[in-house]
Ligand binder design. Structure first.
Ligand code: GLC
Length: 472
């Protein structure tokens, strides 16, 4: 089976969030299972490993009434073929998104994915699109390519990684920029706007999201950012499959950046060294206190208003805190200030640093992730792999991956209500367990034993792909 995985970012070439991790590891797992999975993404100005790319050809892509140049490059990493779509006017910029013309940039990308197929000796059975940046691909496929032999049987799957970002623009961009005339605008129009994600919901053969719980949650207005009614009407084609993580790169036994390597049998020594390293990095006292860590974008969705409410209380209880991330200035200032007021007890790194992030996963005792909503979340899985117990709120993929270990064995600590009291209680339960070494040992081993590799989830995708291929 041929799967073309279309994404606006993919490891190891470009990353702004979890989508890149998934696009960099799911296709690899599919290839291992004998599927011809390939990835297509934009050729960004600051793409990594550019020297690995080979030029294939170039062609024109319709953008409204205009025609734009598109270069096609390719590379192979871990058995997966990547295609890069090049247009310097759209993509040679610093950063991936957040530009005034993102709508046009990704309308171009969505259409270039289809145009590319004319120039390849490869026809996908399924194009698996991801998030709003590729939302127009199934729309264009149905409107403008279906009648052609090469395209007549191609099915589409659309995966939602975060429903908060829908690609919403004024209706006026549809005709001039996207090339979708008045007759067809209803496909993409929602709530008075052009909505790329809505277009994908209408036209894709299946809609998936990144955890079973999130697939349920987005039918509810609290989670759906306005799309619940529409999704309820599409429920027949909606399902959730939990993401996996790359267990080769996230492996405490071989990870080259952590202070000491360890396995489940040697974790006590190894983690103790990694913890010392982190305490040194953040100039924390080495007095046997538990260290709780966070690595995250500092945004409301991640539950930082709860963390703000409990932070002083945790410090007063003798818990050390370590935070790495960037985001809303209010949170950045809060954590910088907290660290300044509690030297030796709190450390904050306001910035992005993937090496230090990995060292935190390995070096802290507890990983805090109290998200308001979390489609899947990968950090809690990485934490478990490194023997660090997560505290999570029971939402989305957090709920599907972490089982509370306060009473019976589990791989973390969980709470249900979005409340600072519940978070605080979970933090105290974690502290109590930390102070009971046999209990802690049992939980850490339990967590390290959970299989978060893609093995299971890739099988679920394969099942879904088989079902989609046979749909019509
Ligand atoms: C988005 C979601 C996150 C998920 C990731 C990969 O970043 O916010 O929860 O883990 O996509 O699917």
């Amino acid at each position: 089976m041929n799967i073309l995985y279309a994404a606006s970012e993919a490891n190891p070439f470009a990353k702004s969030g979890g989508l890149a991790d998934v696009a960099g590891s799911l296709p690899k797992a599919l290839v291992k299972d004998g599927i011809d999975a390939r990835v297509v993404m934009p050729l960004y100005g600051d793409l990594k490993m550019k020297d690995k790319l080979t030029y294939v050809t170039n062609f024109s892509v319709p953008v409204g009434w205009r025609s734009q140049y598109c270069g096609l490059f390719t590379a192979e990493v871990s058995g997966v073929t990547y295609y890069f779509l090049d247009n310097e006017y759209y993509f040679k910029r610093t950063g991936l998104y957040g530009f005034y013309d993102d709508g046009e940039r990704f309308a171009f990308f969505s259409r270039a994915i289809l145009e590319m197929l004319f120039h390849l000796d490869y026809t996908p059975d399924i194009i698996n699109c991801n998030d709003w940046q590729t939302g127009l691909t199934p729309v264009y496929l149905n409107l403008y390519y279906r009648h052609l032999d090469k395209f007549s049987k191609i099915k589409t799957v659309f995966t939602i990684h975060n429903i908060a970002y829908q690609g919403k623009y004024g209706l006026e961009i549809l005709e001039d920029t996207c090339g979708i005339g008045k007759r067809d605008q209803h496909i993409v129009e929602y709530d008075g706007c052009a909505n790329f994600m809505k277009g994908a919901f209408e036209t894709a053969d299946k809609i998936t999201t990144v955890s079973p719980t999130y697939a349920q949650e987005i039918l509810d207005p609290w989670f759906s950012y306005g799309l619940d009614a529409l999704l309820r009407s599409k429920q027949y084609k909606l399902c959730g499959i939990l993401n996996g993580i790359d267990v080769e790169t996230n492996n405490p036994e071989t990870d080259p950046v952590i202070a000491a390597n360890y396995t489940i049998d040697s974790y006590q020594d190894g983690k103790a060294k990694c913890k010392e390293f982190i305490q040194d990095q953040f100039k924390l006292e080495k007095d046997g206190s538990p260290v709780y860590g966070m690595v995250s974008r500092l945004v409301g969705m991640k539950g930082f208003d709860l963390v703000k409410s409990v932070a002083e209380g945790l410090v007063a209880e003798g818990i050390q805190l370590v935070i790495l991330g960037t985001g809303e200035s209010g949170y950045e200032a809060f954590f910088a200030d907290l660290a300044a007021r509690h030297p030796g007890r709190v450390g904050a790194y306001i910035g992005f640093n993937s090496k230090l992030a990995q060292q935190i996963y390995a070096g802290v005792d507890v990983f805090v992730m109290p998200s308001k909503s979390e489609p899947c979340g990968l950090a809690q899985m990485v934490a478990c792999r490194y023997g660090t117990l997560p505290i999570i709120r029971e939402t989305g993929g957090l709920r599907d991956s972490i089982k509370d270990g306060s009473v019976v064995p589990g791989n973390g600590f969980t709470f249900a209500g979005y409340s600072a009291h519940e978070l605080y209680d979970a933090c105290m339960r974690a502290k109590k367990a930390y102070e009971t070494p046999e209990k802690w040992d049992e939980l850490v081993k339990y967590a390290m034993n959970v299989d978060f590799s893609w093995d299971n989830s890739a099988k679920s995708y394969e099942g879904l792909y088989n079902e989609v291929v046979d749909l019509w």
